[in-house]
Design a protein around this ligand. Structure first.
Ligand SMILES: Nc1ncnc2c1ncn2[C@@H]1O[C@H](COP(=O)(O)OP(=O)(O)OP(=O)(O)O)[C@@H](O)[C@H]1O
Length: 366
């Protein structure tokens, strides 16, 4: 193998983006603490010890009910919030210890597409101006070349170049989402963090925008961290999936294995309730029982009060990640390897220090 081929092979094995034991714990306000009878120092664990990786050119889907920590995870990856613990790595390098150069690289390499592009688009500005502004700020494209580059970007997202003169109000929801994708592409990213990018769209338009994401991935080699509450969307677009419940990953693995044989009872319930893409379903919880208050999470496995397979151990002990025969990682006492040995149990009562981590799977998530 030539040196170049070896370097290329190593690049393909290194995750573009990785989180290791990433956590975000929010301090509780004094009044909230008093109301819920929590002690000073107790926190809301929005994201708790999450380890994931996104390989170049692949899509990692993150799914979970409202309040499971998906958006917080996205903000942590984008460094819009500081983590309480753990690391975010870009090409294997810790972004927190990489100084200004690393922050600059993160801003260039990782861009975001949000659910509601209206909030980020100026209603008085034309589409062309909105995209041109990004080219101006990020540099690299001389002023004279910007209109041509804007036309190219509009073409890439499926717009006629004549639409550069339109304003956001003259576009449909799908059209505005295309503009926000074009703006993200203007920076030249390698990864898009897409936070519920199709949730606000009509079902017919959802499919078109997902097609666009897929086409851009194959044309530009983009990777996606695709955040959604809707498993049907991930079935269409994800290579790997991580399922979040109350801030923790309960199952992850290759999408094909996870959809064929979901291992965790929570994933099974989400999947049973998920419609096929193209049929609208309510955004209220699809899983029996209510999502517990994250300020007072259940002990042991936090899913146990809603779990049809709950056992006594589930009320007491936080499950470790185990590997299923099909290759998923799952944190559930139903699987050998998830229940820690008695010598380790003192560390594993919910709310205590970090739980041991599995080693990365070659599939991209863990
Ligand atoms: N700035 C904050 N301060 C305190 N708590 C927060 C803050 N941001 C988020 N949370 C809490 O963290 C938890 C996770 O919220 P997050 O928005 O990440 O979930 P989500 O899965 O994205 O939900 P949704 O689908 O509704 O956006 C929730 O309990 C939320 O109330």
């Amino acid at each position: 193998m030539t040196a170049l081929a070896q370097e290329l092979a190593a690049t393909m094995r290194t995750p573009l983006l990785e989180t290791r034991g990433l956590s975000k714990h929010y301090a509780l306000q004094r009044s909230t603490r008093a109301w819920f009878r929590r002690e000073p120092g107790e926190v809301l664990r929005a994201v708790d010890d999450v380890s994931l990786s996104v390989m170049p050119g692949r899509t990692l889907g993150v799914v979970g009910e409202t309040g499971s920590g998906k958006s917080t995870l996205g903000r942590l990856v984008l460094r819009l919030e500081r983590p309480s613990g753990g690391q975010v790595l870009l090409d294997g390098q810790d972004v927190a210890s990489g100084g200004g150069a690393m922050s600059h690289r993160l801003r260039r390499d990782v861009q975001v597409v949000l659910q509601d592009p209206y909030t980020s688009l100026n209603p008085h500005e034309t589409v062309g101006t909105a995209i041109g502004e990004v080219l101006k700020v990020t540099g690299g494209v001389p002023a004279a070349d910007r209109p041509g580059r804007v036309a190219e970007l509009l073409d890439q997202v499926g717009f006629p170049s004549g639409w550069a003169d339109r304003k956001p109000g003259q576009l449909s929801g799908g059209g505005r989402q295309r503009v926000s994708i074009a703006r993200a592409l203007a920076v030249g990213p390698r990864l898009l963090v897409a936070d519920e990018p199709v949730s606000a769209l009509d079902v017919s338009v959802q499919a078109q925008v997902l097609n666009l994401f897929q086409r851009l991935q194959s044309e530009l080699g983009l990777a996606y961290l695709f955040i959604t509450h809707d498993l049907a969307v991930l079935e269409r677009i994800a290579d790997d999936v991580a399922v979040l419940y109350l801030g923790r990953v309960v199952e992850s693995g290759p999408a094909a294995a996870l959809f064929a044989s979901p291992a965790h009872p929570y994933t099974q319930a989400l999947l049973a309730a998920a419609p096929k893409l193209g049929r609208r379903r309510s955004t209220t919880s699809a899983v029996a029982g209510e999502l517990p208050n994250p300020i007072t999470p259940p002990s042991g496995c936090t899913f146990h009060p809603r779990c049809p397979a709950a056992m006594a151990v589930c009320r007491e002990v936080v499950p470790l990640m185990a590997t299923t025969p099909a290759g998923q990682q799952v944190a559930c006492h139903l699987y050998p390897g998830s229940t820690p040995t008695t010598t380790r149990q003192p560390h594993l009562v919910n709310g205590a220090a970090a739980v041991a981590h599995p080693t990365p799977s070659p599939g991209g998530t863990r």
